[in-house]
Each structure stands twice: as structure tokens, then as C-alpha cells.
Ligand binder design. Sequence first.
Ligand SMILES: [Cu+2]
Length: 185
Amino acid sequence: MTLQDQVWFLTLAGIGGVAVVFLYVIGQATRQADADHVQTRAWVIRRWFFLALITLGVGVTAATLVPFPIPSQHASTQARQVVKVVGHQWGWHLSPGPITAGVPVEFQVTSADVNHGFGIYDAGGRLLAQTQAMPGRTNRLVHTFRQPGKYRILCLEYCGLVHYGMSVEFDVVGTAEVSRDRPLS
Ligand SMILES: [Cu+2]
């Protein structure tokens, strides 16, 4: 099960929990006989439920933001691989050189003309990371490719007539392939 599916099921479970509590409170509150007692209990339940929701929200946010993909924009990330990216109407230029799997890559993304959206996709069409490509500004994006293989960059922001054609494929190699390609000295 992917992380996205897990989050989705967690969300559904949370919504279900809220619904059950609401139904319970409504069911109890319509009983006239001990309305005061029920109201106090409902208030207590609501308070605890509210606290639980806050805790859950803070916990999920902290857990899912740990691998935060956007590094400090004002200092070098010290990543061992740096790829300079320039978006333009309508294509991408990437600085040459091998990109190795398992090692963080810092993409330094800018634009030569208008705003573009820099999105990295895997071979299955799944969006892995993205940032804005803006003229006059360099945005840093750090991504570690887990698998060697073919990846694709697409533009995520409509930028003119041939926006759909802003696509370029690149290879990510395994560490063994890099050392094999290097000349022995
Ligand atoms: Cu574009």
C-alpha cells in the first residue's frame, strides 16, 4: 500500500470516527429525560475529541513533513550532485553529467522567460518532486532517486502555445554504472 493510500484510509477512518461521535451525541441529546446530564457529557466528549483531533493533526503534519523536499533557498544544500535547470518556451535545459540513484541531487531551477512548473515524474507517470521555474530567481529542489532508470520532466504551469511539449527525459544510473563508465587512471 502506498503512503498516499495509507493517508487516504487514515482520512476515511478519521471521518468515520467524527461521524460516529456526532451520531452518538445527536442520539443522546434527543433524549429529554436527562438532557442536562447528556449535555455535560457531550461537552466533555467534545473537548476530548477536539484535543485528540489537534494531537492527530499535529502528529500527522510532523510525520509527513519530515522528508520536506524544499531546502533552504539561501544557502547551498551541500548536495554532492547539482543539476542546473533552465526552463524556456518550450523546453528544458539540464546541465550535463550523470545523475546517480541513492545520492541526493540538488536541482537549481530557473527560467529564461516566463514562469514554468518543474515537475519530475518516474517512468510510471508518478510525480516525485516539483518546484517553480521563475525568471530571475533560482529555486533549489533536493530529490534522491531511489531507482536507476528513465525519468521525465514536464511543465506543470501553462506557459504558452506549446506548453504541452515541455518534456524531457533523463537517465538515473546506479552507482556501479557510474564507476564502470569512468575511465581508469
Ligand atoms: Cu512551461
